[in-house]
Design a protein around this ligand. Structure first.
Ligand SMILES: Cc1ncc(COP(=O)(O)O)c(C=O)c1O
Length: 283
């Protein structure tokens, strides 16, 4: 079943709400994730992190260790591709590991979906149509129907509950009438989710991506003073790279390629331990 959300952030928040997690439940995730796949879990449960090495990658053994820990995790939430380094975790094998440990898996496919086939073995998948040429506001959250069949509506308002009194809404409806996550009229399925036919497809597209990624990394690495982050040159990645230029302000590093070459660069400064609002600060 697919619930069409506005974006991956909303899709993962939606799932975190729907899984009915409590403060003592554990979700295993990794330090490689986008905030979309961290903060919703921190809001509802305890998060057990799989740490990464200095290249921003992690080993399946570390995942296996986290999955075996106590308390037994309710979910393993992992990215299909890092939005920072382009690294592609071995998600197929990780899903298998997780299932062997009896833990369902969410794959955050926001960054993976435009480049690689989705993983049917995942229990839950979330991705954004707008990252693959669909209109904004069309992000599927895919999972088994039973997850979405019961419980409070994610959005409480008219059209979401068929029965409402001044003190209670829909909670005591007969099961047949509970439809907590039915779509609204503004929800649109990505109408053209895959790249246009003139682009190379399948394996050729992956190979082309890897070629671009290696050009990007080697080019950036050859610039004096720049240091490319992420896995080494032998590890295939998506064509995205992060880099630092020591002793030069990041805004200037980004401004020059933009002003002089028309290249768009996203820049910023990472705070390793930013202050978080209390509702998100739980470990
Ligand atoms: C890996 C990953 N997950 C989640 C997101 C959030 O996606 P959205 O902005 O569509 O909610 C992004 C956005 O770049 C991402 O790269």
């Amino acid at each position: 079943m697919a619930i069409i959300c506005r974006n991956t952030i909303e899709a993962i928040n939606h799932l975190a709400f729907r899984l009915d997690l409590g403060p003592d439940d554990v979700v295993v995730t990794t330090v490689v994730e986008h905030h979309a796949n961290l903060l919703p879990w921190r809001r509802y449960a305890k998060v057990r992190y799989v740490e990464c090495n200095p290249e921003g990658t992690f080993e399946p053994d570390a995942v296996a260790g986290a999955l075996r820990g106590n308390p037994h995790p309710k979910l393993f939430a992992v990215t299909g591709a890092s939005n920072v380094s382009g690294w592609l975790p071995p998600v197929g094998g990780l899903i298998q590991l997780s299932h062997e440990a009896g833990v369902p898996v969410l794959v955050d496919a926001a960054h993976l979906a435009p480049h690689r086939p989705l993983l049917a073995a995942a229990d839950y998948l979330a991705w954004s149509g707008h990252k693959m040429y669909a209109p904004f506001g069309a992000a599927p959250l895919v999972g088994p129907r039973r997850t979405f069949a019961m419980g409070d509506p994610f959005l409480a308002a008219a059209g979401r509950s068929t029965w409402c009194r001044s003190t209670r809404c829909s909670g005591t409806l007969p099961q047949s009438a509970r439809r907590p996550d039915r779509p609204t009229s503004s929800e649109r399925w990505p109408s053209a989710p895959l790249p246009v036919p003139s682009q190379p497809s399948g394996g050729r597209r992956s190979a082309h991506n890897e070629h671009l990624a290696s050009r990007l990394r080697s080019g950036l690495g050859a610039i004096e003073g720049s240091r490319v982050l992420g896995p080494g040159p032998l590890v295939p990645t998506l064509p995205v790279a992060s880099f630092v230029v020591e002793d030069v302000h990041h805004a200037l590093v980004a401004a020059r390629p933009a002003a002089e070459w028309g290249i768009s660069v996203r820049h910023g400064r990472m705070l390793l331990r930013p202050p978080l609002p209390a509702s998100l600060a739980r470990d």
